[in-house]
Design a protein around this ligand. Structure first.
Ligand code: ATP
Length: 213
């Protein structure tokens, strides 16, 4: 039985909290393959990522270079238009076949908004969802629409190919890409917060020098 995970994000830049989440995802879902999928560039660049899609992809590649089973997946970067999660999952499902366990990683805060995502029920037909929850997370407060999918199975032993939502246990990492872009623009030391190879890339390509968005 194959077990594949998808972790999408802007990754502008990828940082230590993303890697912590990815590690918990990989080990707790016992994945064979973890695909980190940087989002492509949005149509409107006003509030878009600072680094280009290719640069964000390159940074993901550098961050995971020595991790067996982890892949930087370029599909959203190569696409000419913004991708919805459901479309990316449809592609993955078509490639992997119906029996493969497919997992989507999302942050605990995003879970409450899931019923607003495009074709969210199709997402759950295509994949399971692993949620990186913060301490104090209360599943009883989830929207009623999500309750039927919620599973309290701590060891991920059930092998459903799709259709369940479960928590990952993860200590909180108080870090965001926004905060890191501010630190970089201010010339602060970000070692330990961003992988060394990524930090070198940022300096070499003079990214995040000015603005702090
Ligand atoms: P930004 O500050 O630019 O919004 P980010 O790091 O919060 O960046 P993304 O790069 O899109 O956001 O992150 C991908 C996913 O990782 C998102 O679902 C986001 O909620 C989650 N994430 C990022 N940082 C953390 C963190 N410190 N703890 C938990 N989840 C996080």
């Amino acid at each position: 039985m194959c077990r594949v995970g998808m972790f999408g994000g802007t990754f502008d830049p990828i940082h230590a909290a993303h890697l912590r989440m990815a590690e918990a995802f990989f080990s707790q879902c016992r994945l064979d393959t973890l695909r980190l999928i940087p989002a492509g560039n949005p149509y409107h660049r006003d509030h878009g990522p600072q680094a280009s899609a290719e640069q964000r992809l390159a940074m993901v590649q550098l961050a995971i270079a020595d991790r067996a089973g982890w892949l930087a997946d370029a599909r959203e970067v190569r696409r000419q238009r913004p991708a919805y999660t459901v479309e990316t999952l449809e592609e993955l499902r078509a490639e992997l076949g119906p029996a493969c366990q497919l997992w989507l990683l999302i942050g605990g805060d995003s879970l409450h908004n899931l019923p607003g995502w495009k074709r969210w029920q199709d997402i759950l037909h295509l994949a399971n969802i692993a949620v990186a929850v913060r301490p104090g997370f209360d599943a009883a407060k989830l929207p009623a629409a999500l309750q039927p999918y919620w599973q309290q199975v701590p060891d991920f032993s059930n092998s459903a190919a799709s259709g369940t939502i479960r928590a990952l246990t993860l200590p909180p990492v108080p870090l965001s890409a926004t905060e890191l872009r501010h630190k970089l623009a201010a010339g602060e030391d970000c070692s330990g917060l961003i992988p060394a190879g990524v930090l070198q890339y940022i300096h070499r390509h003079q990214l995040y020098r000015n603005t702090a968005r």
